[in-house]
Ligand binder design. Structure first.
Ligand SMILES: [Fe+2]
Length: 385
């Protein structure tokens, strides 16, 4: 997140002696991306973060693809993903390419028995159902319905859920996740026409520091393989940190919609960007106010991107018979548009209560074998009437 944040105790000067109360030195770690060019934070550990006791099992989590090449509109019943106790086992990749994995999960239990680190990807965890606390090396972030939790790659974390009823949409991004550059000034500050401002982003506020020795299992995902690393010290042994690379939360309910006299295109809904896909938030808003406006989207040809919509809540005006947690995939190469009647039905409507997350990828997405069991059959025929 491109603004400065700090928590806990840090020395006045970086890369200098910084003693603990017991006289031992703190161990500094630069936590950054893109070599030394990306955003980074400086962490101060009680013990070095390098002391590995054991490397155990490895599990291949790479999803199997249903069709290597495919160009068919598809729809998935996201809430048919079965709840599972374990956080990692609960994660079901449904649409993937070499830039991102779109994953659904319904974990029942808190992630407390071990720690997790995704060394491949930034994770955007959208909380559709559930409340709890994201616990990380850099501090804790409480979350609730509608939050996007953005976890930078390499961040060790756990999750506390307050109940067993949790529904998550997770986007694993193999490229750094940013907010759109066009909403920032030369210094990185969000501009007045941005649909959000710095106050809407919640970084970690409570830093728990554990000075514990023993056996601490960290499951690390790298190139789709999950490795069991046992460390000698508690991974949350950071006494303080500062910098720009840290987990944060942004609520979809804090996205201020941009509206116009006639229909405005999806970029006005954009919330996050990467070099390979975008994430947009469709939120409740007043409709277009030209007296003859057609609020429904027009048919459009996203020739060179795939479009995924994840339906969260409310009526989705351009689609018929949509359920919560449903996903639609409209592949690049062919036009798509409103369902029969939706175009006409929208005329004269004043507002929408729709809530949805959209992911537009520049490379085609592939359906996984796990997603086949979630499919609405013949969705591609749903424009017939
Ligand atoms: Fe579209």
């Amino acid at each position: 997140m491109p603004f400065y944040h700090k928590l806990g105790k840090i020395p006045h000067k970086r890369h200098t002696v910084f003693l603990q109360e017991n006289g031992k030195i703190h161990h500094e770690q630069l936590f950054g991306t893109i070599g030394f060019d990306g955003m980074s934070s400086l962490l101060y550990h009680l013990q070095p973060p390098t002391i590995v006791k054991e490397i155990g099992n490895r599990i291949d989590l790479n999803p199997e693809i249903a069709f290597e090449k495919d160009m068919q509109m598809r729809s998935l019943k996201g809430f048919d993903v079965p709840p599972k106790d374990d956080f990692i086992e609960s994660r079901v990749p449904v649409l993937i390419n070499s830039d991102c994995h779109i994953v659904l999960a319904s974990p029942k239990k808190s992630l407390r028995d071990y720690f997790y680190k995704n060394a491949d990807a930034d994770e955007v965890i959208f909380i559709h159902e559930g409340t709890g606390t994201l616990r990380t090396q850099l501090g804790n972030i409480p979350f609730s319905y509608g939050d996007y939790l953005v976890v930078p790659r390499g961040m060790i974390y756990q999750i506390d859920f307050d109940s067993e009823a949790n529904r998550l949409l997770i986007i694993e991004s193999f490229h750094p996740i940013y907010t759109p550059k066009r909403y920032r000034n030369h210094f990185g500050q969000l501009l007045e026409h941005s649909p959000f401002c710095e106050r809407d982003f919640r970084g970690p506020e409570v830093l728990e520091t554990f000075d514990e020795e023993g056996e601490f299992l960290v499951k690390i995902k790298k190139e789709g393989i999950l490795y069991d690393y046992t460390y000698q010290h508690h991974p949350f042994n950071v006494a303080g940190w500062d910098g720009y690379n840290f987990p944060y939360a942004f609520s979809i309910h804090d996205f201020e919609p941009i509206t116009g006299r006639v229909h405005l295109p999806p970029p006005i809904h954009q919330t996050f960007e990467t070099s390979a896909f975008v994430i947009c938030s469709f939120v409740p808003r007043l409709y277009d106010y030209h007296p003859e406006a057609i609020p429904s989207p027009y048919n459009h040809s996203n020739i060179d991107s795939d479009e995924v919509l994840y339906y969260v809540d409310g009526d989705f005006m351009s689609r018929n018979n949509i359920e919560r947690g449903q996903i639609t995939l409209h592949p690049g190469g062919i036009p798509h548009g409103p369902h029969p009647g939706a175009y006409e039905r929208s005329i004269g409507k004043k507002e929408t209560l729709e809530l949805a997350v959209m992911i537009d990828t520049f490379k085609p997405l592939k359906l996984t074998k796990q997603a086949l069991g979630l499919e609405f059959k013949d969705y591609y025929k749903s424009w017939l009437h």
